[in-house]
Design a protein around this ligand. Structure first.
Ligand code: ADP
Ligand code: MG
Length: 337
């Protein structure tokens, strides 16, 4: 019998929580509530894998990404990078780890300093982390610019001289400069024209292969992550509701929210009839999320139990995780028949 291959996790996230306090009063300000942006999410990312993280705007994707990198402090939970618990690392060790974990931002306009040349932008992390100085730094910058499909002479130019797609290449070059192992791509193509999106995604895929990179790829719809992801996690109001291999998710979505998201993707083949599932109402506020299953106020299949009991996030078989009262766990009686 074949021996099960132990998966190698580069990143492990357990019960990650980020609540932003809401304060009232100017002098004796007291906390009157919290924005529950991320409310207990768990997943892991294997070495060399791309995990897609998908959900509507405001569901907590960026907050999760920033907590993982500790650009903001998580409220609680574990983030293990190569075994080290990121939230409890002292400053000097965190600084070392920052070389290994980088981020590409959504907005290629706002995330590049307009007063710095491209060479200075891409070279800055080399300087901060004492990796290269002077001529060696310039040489490395030129090399990275060419790796991302720009030219060495672009180093002397300023961000405003570039198109959106080219600016995102500069953002990618800046992230790559320090030879990271993990890159959090926070909606890297959402601000780009559709025709440019595929080019940037292809570039990210080529770079992944060349440098053995691991990606957490954030997007707000399932069509963008379809090509690049190995597995996909679907988020709703601060929680992950479904997580499985990409092929399985698109073929056999089990959570009603995933089913609704998938029904919204236009079908390329006109002979396939697809019924669009329209969700009622707006996404509720993360300050006061619904009781029980957070999705019950919009779920077309909601039952009484969904209003009172938060469904556990369980393996429904073969690593297909779902948090829904309608979907039994792999070891329950329904699955043993
Ligand atoms: P996404 O990236 O999925 O669009 P975000 O992580 O940006 O979502 O935001 C999740 C929720 O947290 C939103 O309701 C947002 O308004 C709130 N939020 C994000 N950052 C802050 C902050 N610094 N202070 C208070 N609330 C915040
Ligand atoms: Mg975001």
């Amino acid at each position: 019998m074949a021996k099960a291959v132990e998966r190698e996790h580069l990143l492990e996230v357990k019960n990650l929580v980020k609540h932003f306090p809401i304060r009232q009063g100017i002098i004796f300000s007291k906390q009157v509530g919290a924005v529950k942006a991320v409310d207990g999410i768990s997943f892991d990312v294997e070495k060399g894998e791309t995990l897609g993280l998908v959900g509507e705007s405001g569901c907590g994707k960026t907050t999760a990404g920033r907590c993982i990198l500790r650009l903001i402090e998580p409220t609680s939970g574990e983030v293990r990078f190569d075994g080290k618990n990121v939230p409890s690392l002292p400053k000097d060790e965190l600084r070392e780890l920052r070389k290994e974990m980088q981020i590409i931002f959504q907005d290629p306009y706002g995330s590049l300093n307009p007063r710095m040349t491209v060479g200075d932008i891409v070279g800055e992390p080399l300087h901060i982390h004492n990796i290269a100085k002077g001529a060696a730094k310039e040489e490395r910058v030129r090399e990275i610019l060419e790796t991302v499909g720009l030219s060495a002479f672009h180093a002397r130019r300023f961000p405003h001289e570039f198109s959106g797609g080219q600016r995102q290449r500069i953002g990618i070059a800046r992230a790559l400069a320090v030879n990271p192992r993990l890159i959090i791509c926070d909606e890297p193509v959402s601000a780009l024209d559709v025709s440019i999106q595929a080019q940037v995604i292809n570039l990210l895929q080529d770079l992944q292969e060349e440098f053995g990179l691991t990606y957490l790829f954030i997007a707000h719809d399932l069509s963008v992550v379809k090509h690049i992801s190995d597995r996909v996690a679907v988020m709703y109001l601060g929680k992950i509701v479904e997580l499985t291999r990409k092929t399985e998710l698109y073929k056999n979505p089990k959570h009603p929210y995933t089913q609704a998201l998938l029904s919204a993707i236009p079908e390329a083949d006109p002979t396939i009839k697809k019924e669009r599932i329209l969700l009622k109402g707006d996404v509720p506020s993360p300050i006061n999320p619904p009781s029980g299953c957070r999705f019950h106020t919009r779920c077309p299949k909601a039952m009484d139990i969904c209003k009172v009991e938060d469904p556990a996030f369980v393996d429904t078989g073969d690593g297909h995780f779902v948090a829904c009262h309608l979907v039994p766990a792999a070891n329950s009686s329904e699955n043993l028949a």
